[in-house]
Structures are given as structure tokens and as C-alpha cells.
Write a protein that binds this ligand. Structure first.
Ligand SMILES: *Cc1c(COP(=O)(O)O)cnc(C)c1O
Length: 377
């Protein structure tokens, strides 16, 4: 019996994909972004459910993530969104992954590998419109890569992509500028007789500007998992968090005025306090920097974390919550009674974003399918 659980609500995932697809023009393909173990949710069941719910493509960051999906039996198109280098070509070709390409080197390595395997390999050219991360940065370079591509008999141009830097903020001026540059690149590609899928939108863009920024395909990550990418973004679309993180009380005791709690003795009881110990800590991804800020739900009420969060345990003050007992459910992310704690709350306590909070949940925490009985990892 493990006290900690990340309960994965696949019905919520289905709901979110439905709600997001509902925003989009009908023929737009929905790419479900699966990188980093599906944002910490457990990649294989999430991938299968997303495909069930109508996703037409899966997106990963690393070749190894694509390989793992293929080995689990997924046959849908998988785009490796991280930039391809020549060294990736053997796995890309062997596992029928699609590569993000913007250099002649990577293109040629893929052509050579695919020709040797008597296969075709799909690529997406990334055009950098302002993120300055990966991609081609000028139309001239794009044109020369397209010329090189014309000599490659084993490479298919499946997509042309770009990535938005600030699509989640209210002011869409820079996003629109990026979209305009992308459209210019797309015109050049079309003028050479090529018709790849155009895709640019992440959650921020698809939530706020589904009609103008969706192009042929959107790449949805955080919104699919139930969170808005920024405070002002897409709030009219109701999303349901997919992950619920729970533990249980394993000790309750009373401490006296002047007693201290946890390493470093950073908390001193001002008067008699009831303290509950919960067996979850930064070894599970419940970040230590949230010490003295975080709350945990017990009996539907907020219990403040006191003292520093340990690797495997943390302590909460339950003086104001009656009858807390060993075995009671403690909710770290999710609702209980009338209250709820979200990954956004944890992000605020930790000084980060919900993405990092969800990804931080370590492999030690079992992912459990809430809608069935099977464990997910
Ligand atoms: C992570 C990622 C996405 C998804 O971003 P969200 O904000 O989670 O929707 C889309 N495209 C690329 C290239 C990414 O790296």
C-alpha cells in the first residue's frame, strides 16, 4: 500500500480535448503534446486516451519519448518537436517518427538513413519567428533548405511550424507579428509547390485566437491537462484539472509552546498546536521552496504547512480542524469538501508556473487511473 497517489482523471482529459476542439475550425488537426511523461501524468494512457478523444498527432520533445510511445504500440503520427541533429536520424527513421528540421546537416542525415532503410521519413521545418530557440530565421535560408529538400527522394515535408513566445498574455501584438512572419514563410513554401501542414498554436494561442492562429494544426499541452497557460488566458473555456495528488495522515500529536517543527527549527509553536505528519515531500516533487507557504486540504479545510518540507514527509498545523486522525485523506492538489487547491496555487507558493509543478511530481508517486482500477505506471 502506497500512501501517495496521483489520480489521473481520463474523463477530464477527454472533456478538455472536447472543449478545446470545440473552439477550433472543424478541419484543424489536434496535436496532443506528450513531452515529459505527458506533463507528469503518465504518457502511455494519456496518449491512448487523447487519440481516442480525436487527437490526430502526438508531440514529444525527445526522440526517446517517441520511441517509448512506439514501443507501447502507438501508431499515430509522432512529431519530435525538439530540433533534430544528424545523430538522431537512425532512431527517427527506425521508429517512424517525424523530425523537426532546420539544418541541411540534419536533412541530409535523414535522407541517407531513410534511403538505406528503403523508407520515407517525414519532417517539419521549423521557422523561427521570434522565440529565438530553434528554427530557420530568414526566408533566404528557408529557400535554400527547400532547394536541398528537392534533391531528397526519401524525405517528405509534412509540416511547417513556428512557436509563439508570449501567446498566453493578453497583448497579442508580438504573437500577431510572429504569425505574420510565419505566413510569409508559408507563402514561400507554397510558391515552391509544397503544401505541408502549417502549425503554430500552443495552448495560449488556441485558447485566445482559435480562428486566426490555428492554421492546419494546433499543438496543445497545458490546456489539455486542465490548466490555462496564463492568468488572463482563455478563461471562458472551462477546463478540468486531470491530476489530483493525495496522501494521508500518518501521525497526529500535540506540541507545546516553544516546541519547534522540522529541520532547521524554522517554526516555533506560539501555543499548544495539533500537528499532523503527512508522508510526502520533495522526494515526491512537493517542492521544498513551498515551506511556510503551502496549504493541504484535510476534512475540506486548509491546513498550513509548518516547518520546512522534508524529502519524504511534511508537517501541517491541524489545530483548527477537529478530529484529524491517522489514515485521513490529505489533498495536495485537487478538491475536498467545498475547497480546492490547484497546481496554480502550488505554482504561486513555489514561485513558478503550473507546468513545472505538474512535471515535478516524481516517479515515486504512483499514477492511478481514477476512472478504473488499473495503475498507470
Ligand atoms: C511544449 C510545446 C507546446 C505546448 O505548449 P503548451 O503551452 O503546454 O500548450 C507546443 N509546441 C511546442 C513546440 C512545445 O515545445
Amino acid at each position: 500500500m502506497h500512501p501517495n497517489k496521483a489520480m489521473i482523471d481520463l474523463a477530464a482529459l477527454r472533456h478538455n480535448i472536447g472543449a478545446l476542439r470545440h473552439q477550433l475550425p472543424n478541419n484543424v488537426i489536434f496535436m496532443a503534446v506528450m513531452k515529459a511523461n505527458a506533463y507528469g501524468h503518465g504518457v502511455v494512457p494519456i496518449a491512448k486516451e487523447a487519440l481516442h478523444a480525436g487527437a490526430g498527432y502526438l508531440g514529444v520533445a525527445m526522440v526517446s519519448e517517441g520511441v517509448a510511445l512506439r514501443e507501447s504500440g502507438v501508431s499515430a503520427p509522432i512529431l519530435v518537436m525538439g530540433g533534430a541533429i544528424a545523430a538522431y536520424a537512425p532512431d527517427i527513421v527506425a521508429y517512424d517518427l517525424e523530425a523537426t528540421v532546420y539544418t541541411r546537416d540534419a536533412l541530409m542525415a535523414l535522407e541517407t538513413e531513410a534511403a538505406a532503410a528503403k523508407k520515407h521519413v517525414g519532417i517539419h521545418i521549423e521557422y523561427d519567428t521570434g522565440m529565438n530557440r530553434i528554427g530557420i530565421t530568414s526566408l533566404a535560408e528557408l529557400q535554400s533548405l527547400l532547394r536541398a529538400l528537392q534533391g531528397c527522394g526519401h524525405v517528405n515535408l509534412c509540416g511547417l511550424s513556428t512557436h509563439f513566445a508570449v501567446s498566453e498574455i493578453e497583448d497579442k501584438t508580438f504573437t500577431q507579428l510572429q504569425a505574420d512572419r510565419f505566413i510569409e514563410a508559408a507563402s514561400l513554401v507554397r510558391s515552391m509547390g509544397l503544401h505541408p501542414l502549417l502549425h503554430a498554436a500552443n495552448s495560449g494561442a488556441l485558447l485566445d485566437m482559435p480562428d486566426t492562429l490555428s492554421f492546419d494544426m494546433v499543438r496543445a499541452g497545458i490546456a489539455m491537462y486542465g490548466y490555462h497557460p496564463g492568468p488572463g488566458c482563455g478563461r471562458r473555456v472551462l477546463l478540468r484539472p486531470v491530476l489530483r495528488l493525495t496522501s494521508l495522515v500518518n501521525t497526529v500529536k500535540t506540541i507545546r509552546p516553544g516546541d519547534t517543527v522540522s529541520y532547521g527549527r524554522t517554526y516555533t509553536a506560539p501555543k499548544d498546536r495539533r500537528i499532523a505528519t503527512i508522508p510526502i515531500g520533495y522526494g515526491d516533487g512537493y517542492m521544498r521552496c513551498m515551506s511556510h507557504k503551502a496549504n493541504v486540504l484535510l476534512h475540506g479545510k486548509r491546513a498550513p504547512v509548518v516547518g520546512v518540507i522534508c524529502m519524504d514527509q511534511l508537517m501541517v498545523d491541524v489545530s483548527d480542524i477537529i478530529n484529524v486522525a491517522v489514515g485521513d485523506e490529505a489533498v495536495l492538489i485537487g478538491s475536498q469538501g467545498g475547497d480546492a487547491i490547484t497546481a496554480e496555487d502550488l505554482a504561486e507558493w513555489a514561485g513558478t508556473i503550473p507546468y513545472e509543478v505538474l512535471l515535478a511530481i516524481s516517479p515515486r508517486v504512483p499514477r492511478i487511473n481514477m476512472n478504473g482500477t488499473c495503475a498507470l505506471n
